[in-house]
Design a protein around this ligand. Structure first.
Ligand code: GCW
Length: 683
C-alpha cells in the first residue's frame, strides 16, 4: 500500500492529481532515479485513475542533465533547461524546473537533485501543473549542505524516558524490545517523508546512549546496516550516536582517556568494523560530559581532545563527528549565584576554537539554555570562527506544548536563522549554517517529533513542524507562512478558503503559546521531569541551573556584567551593550537578561507585572479563539483529523487556563499588585 497503514501526511495522493494527470517519465541512470520511478508507481496505484484534465501540464520529464540531449523533449525545452542552470551549477542536490505550455521538465545534476525535484513537484503539484500555465522557470539548490534530523529513539525502553526520549507521538518505530524491528516498512515511509522535504542525514538513536544502544557498534551492526540501506534509497546518510565510554563498556578497556594510544586504537578498529558494514556512514553524534553522560573531563582532557579522538578514527573513512555543545553543570547548587548555566557552552568551547579537526562539527543548540519558546540566541554560534558549527533545533515540542498544543515552530526558526550574530550587519545564524558566512560549517540539525502514532506526530497539525524544518534547512530565507501554506495545500484536499483559515490559525500559534507560559524570556516554570504544564517553582531550587528568582519586589535573571553573571559579555558589540542595558534590551528577553522590579516599565509602556497579566489573559483568550475558529472549519476535514485536533485543542485550552491562572496568581501573591483591568486572578 502507499503508506503502510499510516498517514501519508503531505504526500497524500489526494492533492497530487495535477501531476498524475500528466504523462510522467524518468530518465537517469542514477540509482535514486529508481526511487523516483518506484514512488511514481506507488502514487499512481494509490491515487487510482486520475480525473480528466481540463487544462494543465500533459507531459512531465524528470531527468539528469546528462540525459537531456537524448530525451525527446524538443530542442527549445532542452535549451531552456540549460539556460536555467545557475552559473554555479546545480551541485548534487539542485534542480531546475522549466515549463513550456503543456510540457514540464525537471532536470538535476545528480540523483539527489532528481529526488528533490520530484518531491518539489509533488509539494507544488497544483501551482506547477494544474493551470494553463505561462512559461515558467525555477532553479533550486539547498542552502545548507547537511540537513540532519536526530532521532532520540531508545532501543530498549528506558525506565524514565520511555521508548523515545521527549517523544510525544507514541513509541519508536525503529526499535522494539531492544532490537531493530524486523519489518522496516515504517522506517521506509519515514525516509520518504524526510526526503520529500530535503532531509539528507539521519542519526538513528538517542544522544543519551544507554547500554543496549552502545551495542549498535557491535552486536546490532547488521541491523544498523539494514536501516542504512533503507535510508540510502531515499538519499539519506545514516549517522550513529555513540557513547564516549564505549571502549570501556564494549572493549573491556579500563579507560576512555583520549590521549591514550590503546583508546585511539580501539576506536579505529570499531570504526573500521562499522564502515565495513556501512561504507557510506556519515559518522557519529556525541553527547559527552553532558547530563551525566561520560566524556573526556573524567580524564582531565578537554572536548577538543575528545572530539578529535573520534574524528581521527573516522577520517580514513570520510566520516564526521557531530559533537554536541550542550555541556553545563547539572549538579548546580541553587544557592550558588556565581554559576550561570547560560554561560556554559561558550565558556567551554570558545577557548578551544581552532583546535578541532576539520571533520569535527560542533552542534550547538539555538539558545544557551534549552529549547525554550523564548531565549537569547546562543552567542557560541557566532563566536566560533575556526570550527565547523551546526545549529541544533528541536522539532519535538518538549517545551512548546508536547504536540498537545498547536505550536507552529516555523516563525521561531526563521527568527533564529535570521538573527544577526554581530548586531552590526551579520553574519546571521543562517549565513553561518549555510556557509555563506565563509566560515566552515556543518549545516543544520533538529530533533525529530515522530513516533508510531498513526499520524506520526501525535497532533496532526504538528506534521507542519517536520515539514517546515526540512524546508527552512533547505532555504533559511523562506517565509514561514509560505512554508505553512505549502504544507497545508499538499496535506489537505480542501478548498482555498479553508486552507487560508487553517494556516491563519496556525501561523501565530507560537506567540500564543509564549503568551500563556513563562513571561518575557525567563523560561522554564514547567513541571519537573515531564516538562509539560505549569509549575512556577518547579525548577527553582533544583540542581539544573534554571531559575527565575522571583521575590516580592521583582523577577528575572541578572546576566549583566555590571551586577550579574556577565553573560552579556559573550556577545560582540553592539549586541553586548544592547542586552546589558534594560532600556535597550528587547522586551521579550528582558527577564532572560535582567532582574527588574515588577513596576519596571517596558519599552511597550506597560509595567512588567501588567505585561504578565495581560499576556496570560490574552494568550488564553487566543486559545479559546483557536477552538472557535477550528470548530468553524473542522467539518471540512477527514474524521481522523477532526477527532485528533478537537481532542488536542480541548487539552490545550485546559492547560492554557492552568498556565494563566498559576502564573497570574503566583505573581499577584508575590507582588500584591492588582490587575489594572480587574480581571479574575485567584488569590
Ligand atoms: O532538553 C533536554 C532534554 C533531555 C535531552 C537533553 C539533550 C536527550 O530534557 O531529555 O536529552 O536536553 O538535548 O541532550
Amino acid at each position: 500500500s502507499f503508506f503502510a497503514g499510516t498517514d501519508p501526511c503531505w504526500l497524500t495522493p489526494a492533492t497530487k492529481q495535477p501531476v498524475l494527470r500528466a504523462e510522467v517519465s524518468v530518465d537517469s541512470a542514477d540509482p535514486l532515479a529508481d526511487t523516483v520511478r518506484a514512488e511514481l508507481d506507488l502514487l499512481r496505484q494509490a491515487a487510482g485513475a486520475a480525473d480528466a484534465a481540463p487544462d494543465g501540464v500533459r507531459e512531465i520529464l524528470l531527468c539528469t542533465l546528462d540525459r537531456l540531449g537524448r530525451t525527446p523533449v524538443g530542442r527549445d525545452l532542452a535549451d531552456a533547461v540549460h539556460a536555467a542552470v545557475p552559473r554555479a551549477g546545480l551541485g548534487a542536490e539542485g534542480f531546475v524546473v522549466v515549463r513550456r505550455g503543456e510540457r514540464l521538465v525537471i532536470a538535476a545534476g545528480a540523483g539527489r537533485g532528481l529526488l528533490y525535484g520530484w518531491y518539489h513537484l509533488l509539494r507544488q503539484a497544483a501551482p506547477l501543473a494544474a493551470t494553463t500555465g505561462a512559461d515558467h522557470t525555477e532553479a533550486h539548490r539547498p542552502a545548507c549542505a547537511v540537513r540532519m534530523v536526530n532521532q532520540w529513539d531508545n532501543m530498549a525502553v528506558h525506565p524514565v524516558m520511555g521508548s523515545v526520549e521527549r517523544g510525544y507521538a507514541g513509541r519508536s518505530f525503529f526499535y522494539r524490545d531492544g532490537r531493530v524491528v524486523a519489518d522496516l516498512s515504517r522506517v521506509r515511509d519515514y525516509a520518504r517523508l524526510l526526503a520529500s522535504v530535503g532531509i539528507n542525514a539521519l542519526s538513528v538513536n538517542n544522544v543519551n546512549v544507554h547500554a543496549t544502544e552502545t551495542r549498535l557498534l557491535t552486536d546490532h551492526l547488521p541491523d544498523l546496516a539494514r536501516i542504512a540501506d533503507v535510508l540510502r534509497e531515499h538519499g539519506i546518510t545514516t549517522y550513529l550516536s555513540v557513547s564516549y565510554a564505549a571502549p570501556i563498556e564494549l572493549g573491556g578497556l579500563d579507560t576512555a582517556d583520549p590521549r591514550e594510544q590503546r583508546v585511539a586504537r580501539w576506536w579505529a578498529e570499531a570504526v573500521e568494523r562499522v564502515y565495513s558494514a556501512i561504507p557510506d556512514l556519515g559518522g557519529f553524534v556525541v553527547k559527552a560530559d553532558s547530563e551525566n553522560r561520560p566524556g573526556p573531563f573524567t580524564y582531565g582532557a578537554d572536548h577538543a581532545d575528545g572530539a578529535n579522538l573520534l574524528a581521527r578514527a573516522l577520517r580514513p573513512h570520510g566520516g564526521t563527528v557531530y559533537w554536541r555543545c550542550f555541556v553545563y553543570d547539572c549538579h548546580q547548587d541553587w544557592r550558588d549565584r556565581s554559576t550561570d548555566r547560560a554561560r556554559a557552552a561558550y565558556d567551554h568551547f570558545v577557548p578551544l576554537d581552532g583546535r578541532f579537526d576539520d571533520n569535527v562539527v560542533l552542534q550547538v543548540k539555538y539558545g544557551p539554555l534549552d529549547f525554550q519558546v523564548r531565549e537569547a540566541v546562543s552567542p557560541l554560534i557566532g563566536a566560533l570562527r575556526h570550527t565547523r558549527v551546526a545549529l541544533e533545533l528541536q522539532i519535538t515540542q518538549e517545551y512548546t506544548g508536547q504536540q498537545r498544543h498547536i505550536c507552529y515552530l516555523g516563525p521561531l526558526w526563521t527568527e533564529i536563522l535570521g538573527f544577526d550574530t554581530t548586531g552590526a550587519g551579520g553574519p546571521t545564524i543562517g549565513d553561518i549554517a549555510s556557509g555563506r558566512a565563509g566560515r566552515p560549517t556543518g549545516g543544520v540539525v533538529a530533533v525529530s517529533n515522530v513516533g508510531d502514532d498513526a499520524n506520526w506526530t501525535g497532533h496532526k497539525l504538528a506534521q507542519a513542524n517536520l515539514f517546515a524544518y526540512g524546508r527552512l534547512a533547505w532555504d533559511p530565507l523562506a517565509s514561514p507562512d509560505e512554508v505553512l501554506a505549502e504544507w497545508a495545500r499538499a496535506t489537505f484536499a480542501v478548498d482555498a478558503a479553508t486552507l487560508a483559515e487553517l494556516t491563519a490559525l496556525m501561523s501565530g500559534s507560537l506567540r500564543t503559546y509564549e503568551k500563556y507560559t513563562a513571561p518575557l524570556g525567563v523560561g522554564f516554570m514547567v513541571t519537573p521531569h515531564t516538562h509539560y504544564g505549569p509549575s512556577v517553582n518547579g525548577y527553582e531550587y533544583s540542581p539544573w541551573g534554571t531559575y527565575h528568582f522571583a521575590d516580592r519586589d521583582g523577577v528575572g535573571v541578572d546576566r549583566t556584567v555590571a551586577s550579574g553573571s556577565g553573560y552579556t559579555a559573550q556577545y560582540p558589540e553592539p549586541l553586548a551593550s544592547r542586552y546589558e542595558d534594560p532600556a535597550s534590551c528587547p522586551d521579550e528577553l528582558l527577564l532572560f537578561f535582567h532582574h527588574v522590579p515588577y513596576s519596571h516599565v517596558l519599552r511597550s509602556g506597560r509595567t512588567v507585572i501588567q505585561h504578565i497579566y495581560d499576556t496570560h489573559f490574552d494568550g488564553c483568550d487566543e486559545v479559546e479563539d483557536l477552538v472557535r475558529r477550528w470548530s468553524a472549519i473542522a467539518d471540512r476535514f477527514d474524521a481522523a483529523t477532526r477527532r485528533n485536533v478537537d481532542e488536542r485543542l480541548a487539552e490545550q485550552l485546559r492547560c492554557a487556563r492552568e498556565w494563566r491562572d498559576q502564573v497570574n496568581t503566583y505573581f499577584f501573591r508575590m507582588s500584591g499588585v492588582p490587575d489594572a483591568e480587574g480581571r479574575t486572578i485567584h488569590r
